[in-house]
Design a protein around this ligand. Structure first.
Ligand SMILES: Nc1ncnc2c1ncn2[C@@H]1O[C@H](COP(=O)(O)OP(=O)(O)OP(=O)(O)O)[C@@H](O)[C@H]1O
Length: 514
């Protein structure tokens, strides 16, 4: 007769969980028979030499004005978006809000460790999770977003700081990594904090931590390893006093007009006869000048590979110059209409969609609303690098220009109904515009709602009409577009979710073509 625990018909793969569950007192034996690659009760560590004898990886000098793009590093932490109940022993039940440490991505699944509650590992469908944002540490007093190595140095050596002051900043030379800068007497030492390929952060290869907080706690207690004590977070005050962004107009030579937008002309130019730059010459008559400086201050703090990098401003006297990196292939809308753009394959188009979603996720994490997201405001560089431009500038227009009376000034076809009708701009109105941008991308730069006036577009949208699926666009991507165009702004997905879903589709597509 069959015993109640007899695993009749179980495959070898299912035998292990069955036996582990029913014969728990033999766990020592099962562990020998089926050793787990990552034990449940410890942080994953990398095989490597003894940490104490390891060379520390000093943060190398940054490359100024680099436009090189690097492939995104694998993410460490994911957040669960929806409850998921395991259907077999390989899967892991998770609840919305749980944090997961991703060990491996396996097609449509991630193999992850749950960090909250009872630790456990297993497979979770990728569409139930999204990369966790940096929020856990971005408000920490020791985290300084957007400052360079030399700024960190200057700040730590200022009279407000003493021996042992430290800060963590995003690494300039290695995207996705961080740098720990520590003052030791009258010197500053910089240590690269790298992301391990399978998740986790480390300074020394053998010593991996699941978060920056854990890493700092460890090195505070074991500071002799890095030979510089971490005593107190760096004090900020001083940095704001000087403004190294402000440059004299004479340093810039205008070479060739690139185009003209609502805010003024854009020129290709040379900075100090050496560095090619783009110079936007602002028509200040249309600006709310009081807000201008505040906004430029915001732009100075935004640094991301998918955002146009601000190099300098000339804001003393007129005309105001905004100097940014130069993107050789111009704006995405014209590029898609060019012969080079028309030759792009679906994989290239998906890559563009993912890059924009990545840049917008960065703005979303910082609660910055773009207000004018459209293919004309995405710039294209070498190797199909796409970067978001004009973030924040739209709100600098004088109020009357945004009033519904002069609706010609609002890019109605890109604007969410609540923003077009009531001027309610939010990250979710940016998501609507992103849906329109996807339409532009998958139609190779076609104008949305072709043949309709702005007024007709507003009317049709309020009656539930939505743009049709572009021929080349898969139903899966079109569903995402439709989600971006939900009438209720709250129901539209976040950029972090869009980025995850699109990059998962991109990865699958890439895989099937290679
Ligand atoms: N950094 C840059 N590198 C290369 N070309 C650029 C750069 N910035 C702008 N341009 C070119 O100049 C054109 C005008 O840019 P601008 O940002 O002023 O206007 P727009 O974005 O087209 O319109 P609007 O500002 O009204 O939304 C762009 O379409 C693009 O072709």
């Amino acid at each position: 007769m069959k015993q109640s625990w007899y695993p009749g018909g179980l495959s070898a793969a299912k035998m292990e969980p069955f036996l582990r569950k029913h014969l728990t007192f033999l766990s020592f034996f099962w562990n020998k028979l089926w050793p787990t690659s990552v034990p449940d009760d410890c942080i994953p560590r990398y095989p490597g030499p003894d940490p104490v004898t390891m060379d520390l990886d000093p943060d190398p000098d940054p490359e100024p004005f680099s436009t090189k793009s690097s492939s995104p590093p694998p993410s460490v932490l994911f957040m669960v978006l929806y409850d998921f109940t395991a259907r077999c022993a390989d899967e892991l039940s998770v609840s919305r809000g749980d944090k997961l440490f991703v060990i491996k991505e396996e097609g449509d699944y991630i193999f992850a460790r749950r960090l909250s509650g009872r630790p456990s590992t297993g497979l979770v469908p990728i569409n139930y999770v999204a990369k966790a944002t940096q929020d856990t540490f971005s408000n920490q007093p020791w985290y300084f977003d957007g400052i360079s190595r030399s700024e960190a140095q200057q700040l730590l050596l200022s009279s407000s700081n003493q021996h042992g002051a430290f800060l963590v900043r995003p690494s300039e030379s290695s995207r996705g990594d961080y740098s720990l800068s520590v003052r030791t007497q009258a010197k500053v030492c910089h240590y690269r904090i790298s992301k391990a390929p399978e998740g986790g952060l480390y300074i020394q290869k053998g010593q991996v931590f699941s978060s920056l907080e854990e890493l700092l706690t460890y090195y505070k207690a074991n500071w002799k390893i890095i030979q510089t004590p971490l005593l107190q977070p760096c004090v900020q005050e001083r940095l704001l006093e000087r403004d190294e962004w402000e440059r004299p107009r004479s340093e810039f030579a205008l070479r060739r007009k690139l185009g003209e937008g609502y805010f003024g002309e854009v020129w290709e130019g040379l900075w100090l006869n050496k560095i090619p730059v783009a110079i936007k010459i602002i028509k200040s008559a249309d600006m709310k000048l009081d807000d201008f400086n505040k906004e430029i201050q915001n732009l100075k703090n935004l640094k991301h590979e998918k955002l146009i990098r601000l190099h300098a401003v000339c804001s003393i006297g007129e005309p105001v110059y905004i100097v940014t990196e130069l993107m050789r292939k111009g704006n995405l809308q014209s590029f898609l209409n060019s012969p080079e753009g028309k030759a792009l394959s679906i994989i290239h188009l998906m890559s563009i969609a993912c890059q924009v979603a990545e840049g917008m996720t960065y703005l979303e994490e910082r609660h910055i609303v773009h207000r004018d997201l459209a293919a004309r405001n995405i710039l294209v560089g070498e190797d199909l690098t796409c970067k978001i431009a004009d973030f924040g500038l739209a709100r600098l227009l004088k109020d009357d220009i945004y009033s519904t009376k002069s609706s010609t000034k609002i890019p109605v076809k890109w604007t969410a109904p609540e923003a077009a009708n009531y001027r309610i701009y939010s990250q979710k109105s940016d998501v609507w515009s992103y849906g329109i941008l996807l339409y532009e991308v998958f139609t190779y730069g076609q104008c949305p709602y072709e043949g309709m006036t702005n007024q007709e577009t507003i009317q049709q949208i309020s009656r539930g009409y939505r743009l049709p699926r572009p021929l080349i666009c898969s139903p899966e991507v079109y569903i995402l577009m439709l989600e971006c165009w939900k009438s209720n702004a709250e129901e539209r997905p976040a950029f972090s979710v869009l980025r995850e879903k699109l990059s998962s589709i991109y990865r699958r597509l890439h895989h099937s073509f290679t």
